[in-house]
Design a protein around this ligand. Structure first.
Ligand SMILES: *Cc1c(COP(=O)(O)O)cnc(C)c1O
Length: 397
């Protein structure tokens, strides 16, 4: 690929980054190299590849041309040094932790991060001597107070899941740097279309590509994007050895989705703006959290840090747990399912689903009330989504 992709806009980049025609056949769609291993011409070539003296592929856990295209695509959009594709978002997180942490290290994280991200740190990494403290990362003073001399990683999710609380990435980067810690940002919710954490000082960005990046709700996948070559050097061998690699077919599918990322993010965001206003006017709704609404406590930060408010909305029903169940049992067009970022609208109830394993007190502390509903707005006609709500709300009377 001869042209400099970075001079183009983000939409052009999603369509063209890593997507150049196949150099051998001219195929416009990326070929699927479904192979575990690669032949060498002779022993000398094999030796040169292993020694890192010659570019080329060796074995698909260590690199594959189809996977490499996806790594190039996502890291280009994130403005990172390179990408490491993983079999899932959790594999992306664990690869990062495996590469950057040792026994005796400490992590400070967002209190309402994706449930399993918090659980693996608290329940499993703690067993290897890695301690973690979870705080409200929308409160910079709380983050600063939680930092310790052995804090090696500040791990934030912004917007956070499912409270929609934001963390100021530039501020978090300053705090991390001052303490000699690295800043890891889970950018799954915003995607590089709406937020580029590396531009704001993040050291590593991770994704669950299961969500917006793939967008078709048919693949589980993840990505780690380090900002620098030095970090890439630390992560690369751990990515090989942990074995959290991505299958070429998985990469090929995600590449298809990636091309329409910008279009999907904008279409679902346009719907979300309308749905959020509708919900805010609804008498059954106690409050709505959406960074695009003036009522969001960090509306100004969202406007500064993000290119748009995104497609995720949280709202709380006045009737608590029962109202949540009734509403969700009566939707028709919307699908009752966890996950987000797909072309279809998904609705879920964190206190009985994603965050049910969390003790109620901790849940409430993290802002996850009983009546909280998490909505991932898709690309359907907005009028149909609103009509679906009108009908489901009628069962609450
Ligand atoms: C889904 C999700 C993950 C985990 O990703 P998987 O692909 O399910 O392993 C991590 N972070 C966030 C914000 C997510 O939404």
């Amino acid at each position: 690929m001869a042209h400099d992709i970075k001079k183009y806009g983000l939409t052009s980049q999603t369509i063209h980054a890593g997507q150049y025609p196949d150099p051998t056949t001219g195929a416009v769609a990326p070929p699927l190299y479904q192979t575990s291993t690669f032949a060498f011409k002779d022993c000398e070539e094999g030796a040169a590849r292993f020694a890192g003296k010659q570019d080329g592929y060796i074995y698909s856990r260590m690199g594959n041309p189809t996977v490499a295209r996806l790594e190039e695509a996502v890291s280009t959009l994130e403005g990172g040094f390179c990408g490491f594709a993983t079999g899932s978002g959790m594999a992306a997180l664990n690869t990062t932790l495996f590469a950057l942490l040792r026994s005796g290290d400490h992590v400070v994280g967002t209190n309402s991060v994706y449930g399993p991200s918090r659980m693996v740190l608290e329940r499993d990494w703690s067993g290897f001597g890695v301690e973690s403290t979870f705080v409200d990362t929308s409160d910079a003073a709380a983050v600063e107070a939680a930092m310790r001399p052995n804090t090696k990683l500040l791990f934030i999710e912004t917007p956070a899941n499912p409270t929609m609380a934001l963390a100021d990435i530039e501020e978090m980067s300053r705090i991390a740097k001052k303490s000699g810690a690295l800043l890891l940002v889970d950018n799954t919710f915003a995607t590089p279309i709406l937020q580029r954490p590396i531009d704001l000082g993040a050291d590593v960005v991770m994704h669950s590509m299961t969500k917006f990046i793939n967008g078709a709700t048919d693949v589980v996948a993840g990505m780690v994007v380090p900002a620098t070559e030095e970090l890439a050097r630390r992560i690369r061998p751990k990515h090989y050895y942990l074995g959290a690699c991505m299958d070429p077919h998985q990469a090929w599918l995600v590449l298809r989705g990636f091309k329409t990322l910008a279009l999907r993010v904008r279409a679902s965001q346009e719907n979300a703006v309308k749905v959020a206003s509708y919900l805010e006017e609804n008498p059954h709704v106690e409050w709505v959290r959406y960074p695009g609404l003036k009522s969001h406590p960090q509306h100004a930060l969202a406007a500064r840090q993000m290119k748009g408010p995104g497609a995720l909305i949280s709202f709380c029903l006045k009737g608590g747990l029962d109202a949540g169940r009734t509403l969700l049992d009566n939707v028709d067009l919307m699908t009752l399912a966890v996950s987000l970022g797909g072309i279809e609208t998904l609705i879920q109830h964190p206190s009985s689903m994603t965050h049910a394993a969390m003790p109620r007190e901790e849940r409430l502390q993290a802002g996850i009330e009983d009546g909280l509903v998490r909505l991932a707005v898709g690309c359907e006609d907005s009028a149909d989504i609103i009509a679906d709500f009108e009908n489901a709300f009628s069962f609450l009377r």
